[in-house]
Every structure is written in C-alpha cells, then in structure tokens.
Design a protein around this ligand. Structure first.
Ligand code: FAD
Ligand code: GLY
Length: 388
C-alpha cells in the first residue's frame, strides 16, 4: 500500500528528532528516516554544553535565538521526562571561560561588558530575573580558584556565565525521539534516503533502497550529509564537515562544578562522575577515527588547566562530524526553487543548544510562518551573486 505522511524528516539526529517532536505535538503525521541509528552521528558525539554565551559571544545573529533556546531547556526537560521517563541530565551550573594570557583576559572582559549591556537592553523589553552583573562576570585569577579549587593557579582569570549549562546529548536525542513516537511519529532506522521524488517542481516523497514513501512536506535534517541530499535540486549549499575528537575520564568525587571552557579545549563534568574533554576541529573530513596526536594535545591542554585530571581514570574516546556552513549560520527554511522541501542543517558547534528553538521554528514554518531571512537556504548564493 502507498505510504503517505504529512511530513518526512530525513535524519534522526537531535535536529530531526526535535522537529518531529514539535510537529507531533501539533498532530502532524511524521516519519523520521535515519540511515544509521537515531543520534548515532554528531548528536551522539557532542559534549552537551548549552553555551549560548560561551560559544557565541557578541554580534552573532544566532545569539538571540541561542539564548531563547537555552531558556527552553528547563520546561523541555520536564515535558520529555513526563512523556518518556528519560532524564536529559540538564545542569544549569554555568560555564567558566578561562583566559590563559593577558590578551585573552582583555578580550573576555570586553565580551562580559558587551553581554551585560545586551542584557540591560533585554531587561527593558521583557522581564528577566537576573541582575545585569550576574549574567556575565569577569573573575580574577584568585576568584576563579576560589570558585573551582581544582583549577591551576597559572591562569589569567575567567569569564563566568552562570546561565549557560549542559545536558546529556544522547539522552536528549533519545528523549526527543521517544516523545515524538509517543505522540505518533514513526521511525525507520538503518534506512538511507537515496533520493527525493520530484513532480512538477515539488518534492512529493523520498526513495529508500526498497521503497518510495510519499509526504506533503519533506525536511532535510541530515547534518553534515545534507548537501549530498540536495544534489540535483538546483541548490548548492555552502557547507562542510568539521570533525571533532573527544575523550572522557571518570572521577570518584566532584573535581569541578561547572564546565570549563578555553580557546584550546573544554572540560565538562557530567552527571555521575564522567568528565568529557574536547574537542578538536578538523575541517573537510567525514572520517570518524580518533588520532593519538589529537588525544595527547587535548590531554596536555586539559591537564595544564586542571592538574588533578592526571589522577582520573580513562574511559573512552570518540569523534563526530559537525555540520558547518560558509558563514557559520545554520540553514533554516524552504528550498528556493522546489515546493514542499525544507532544510534544517548546519548547526556546527551548537546543535544541542539550538535543537529546541529549531524544532519550534521548523514546526512554525510547516504551519505557514516565515523564519528570519538571515538563515534562509539560498543566502550565500545571493551574497555571491551566483545562481542556484
Ligand atoms: P547529526 O546528529 O549528524 O544527525 C544527522 C543524521 O542524518 C545522522 O544521524 C545521519 O545518519 C542522518 N543521515 C545522513 N544522511 C542520511 C540519509 N541519506 N538518509 C537518512 N539519514 C541520513 N553542540 C552543542 O550545542 N553543544 C556541545 O557541547 C557540542 N559539542 C560537540 C562536540 C563534538 C565533538 C561534536 C562533533 C559536536 C558537538 N556539538 C555540540 C555540535 C552538535 O553535536 C551538532 O551541531 C548537532 O548534533 C547536529 O545535529 P544534526 O541532527 O543536524 O546532525
Ligand atoms: N560545542 C563544542 C564542540 O562543538 O566541540
């Protein structure tokens, strides 16, 4: 029998699963088609920081929606727990961005001032709870060691961002997928979409190795692999993969309370004693192996920040492929030429953080709303004056 859905989502990473969840809440009949296992690619490799302030800093068009997405996590955690019983391990325990040189210290003080100013402006527009000074605070070298006693005394201070936090990315993706399934979403794992079915300039379905499945709308949420799926649609994305390698150790007590972020590495203490240390950035490769060279560089950096990491127990190492774009912004919106086809990809280092807002925006898009044009799918071609 001919299978027909309201929406087919290609890709079962955190982005596809978040969109499925939001659409299912609005009673769309949704199918996720995933070539591997749900959350088996970048979404399963992430450290899980919700670094709206630590990662995006200033003047980035993503900053406002990143803060909005971050603010959605407490409600989302409750909603997902009540639908699935899964705890996404949300910790609202802040990120401390440490400076290692006087130049970095000056730069981070500047970022703190910018973020506080922005918060003041927000404060006039909406009621926000935190006072301006609490949002982004510069801490001297003495103060950071008072706050996190395991930190080396050779650091130049740090930018404390208490509103940033973290979750467990594999559990977040699983909870999204299960919640969507509870609400009616169907899932096909280990099934690659091999092509789009196009009729009269509209996408009407997808082809897998064994069948054709039809839908009113198709959304490509295939992370770093999205560009391949759009071959032959007249839209060439400006995107590329960026490999990230990480490792984890275990510690019996609590070595640090918040995530420690530096320009060369980050150290993220998870629920239950795991500590994740990441991550490399190697552009233009889909390779997912981990090199000893990368691990030894990350270890050296991490130990110079927290010497006691030397005493922790080795757990494991892994790699994932981040989806990056030419201008660093995700593609969120409709295909410029083909009807009934949309795209949500290119979240680079912040797909976990941006998953809640992306799910909402894409569900709104299916309902007829528009998404801010800075994210539109043909923006780079327009900027370059090229054609699709
Ligand atoms: P993916 O998770 O890669 O999902 C895409 C899915 O599409 C895959 O499962 C793939 O199998 C599937 N697919 C591809 N082609 C097809 C096809 N033809 N048919 C069917 N399915 C297909 N973000 C944060 O916010 N905080 C962090 O701390 C953080 N840390 C990170 C650390 C590392 C080491 C890495 C690698 C990433 C990190 N990120 C972090 C970034 C984050 O992981 C990504 O931005 C996010 O996971 C992207 O989600 P996605 O669903 O778009 O992609
Ligand atoms: N956001 C952390 C990373 O992508 O490595």
């Amino acid at each position: 029998m001919k299978q027909h859905y309201d929406v087919i989502i290609i890709g079962g990473g955190v982005i596809g699963c978040s969109i499925a969840f939001q659409l299912s809440k609005r009673d769309y009949r949704v199918l996720i088609v995933e070539k591997d296992s749900l959350g088996g690619k970048a979404s399963g490799a992430a450290a899980g920081m919700l670094g709206a302030q630590a990662e995006l800093e200033k003047n980035n068009p993503l900053f406002p929606i990143a803060k909005e997405s971050r603010a959605m996590f407490p409600g989302l955690a409750e909603e997902l727990r009540s639908l699935t019983g899964i705890d996404i391990e949300l910790l609202q325990s802040g990120i401390l961005k440490i400076a290692r040189t006087n130049e970095e210290a000056a730069e981070f003080k500047d970022i703190a001032a910018f973020q506080r100013k922005l918060h003041k402006v927000d404060h006039h527009q909406v009621t926000v709870s935190k006072s301006t000074s609490e949002v982004a605070q510069w801490l001297t070298p003495e103060k950071i060691v008072q706050q996190e006693q395991a930190l080396s005394e050779n650091l130049s201070g740090g930018l404390w961002m208490p509103e940033d936090g973290q979750v467990n990315p594999p559990l977040l993706t699983k909870a999204y997928a299960q919640a969507a399934a509870v609400l009616g979403t169907k899932v096909m794992e280990y099934t690659a979409v091999q092509g789009l079915v196009i009729e009269y300039n509209c996408v009407v379905g997808v082809k897998t190795g064994t069948e054709t499945i039809f839908a009113d709308e198709v959304i490509v949420a295939a992370g770093a692999w999205s560009e391949q799926l759009l071959n032959n649609t007249g839209l060439k994305l400006d995107s590329y993969p960026v490999k990230g390698e990480c490792f984890s150790v275990r510690h019996h007590g609590q070595l640090i309370t918040s995530s420690i972020f530096s320009t060369s590495c980050y150290i993220v203490p998870k629920v239950g004693g795991q500590i994740i240390i990441g991550a490399t950035q190697k552009p233009h490769t889909f390779d997912e192996t981990v090199s000893l060279n990368s691990l030894s560089r990350l270890m050296e950096d991490a130990v110079s920040i927290i010497p006691a990491l030397k005493e922790t127990k080795w757990e494991k190492a892994w790699a994932g492929v981040r989806p990056q774009t030419g201008d660093g912004l995700p593609y969120l919106g409709r295909h410029p030429r083909l009807g009934r086809l949309s795209l949500a990809a290119g979240h680079y280092r912040n797909g976990i953080l941006l998953a809640p807002i992306t799910g909402l925006l894409m569900a709104d898009l299916m309902g007829g709303s528009e998404i801010d044009s800075v994210f539109r799918t043909d923006r780079m071609l327009t900027q370059k004056g090229g054609s699709t």
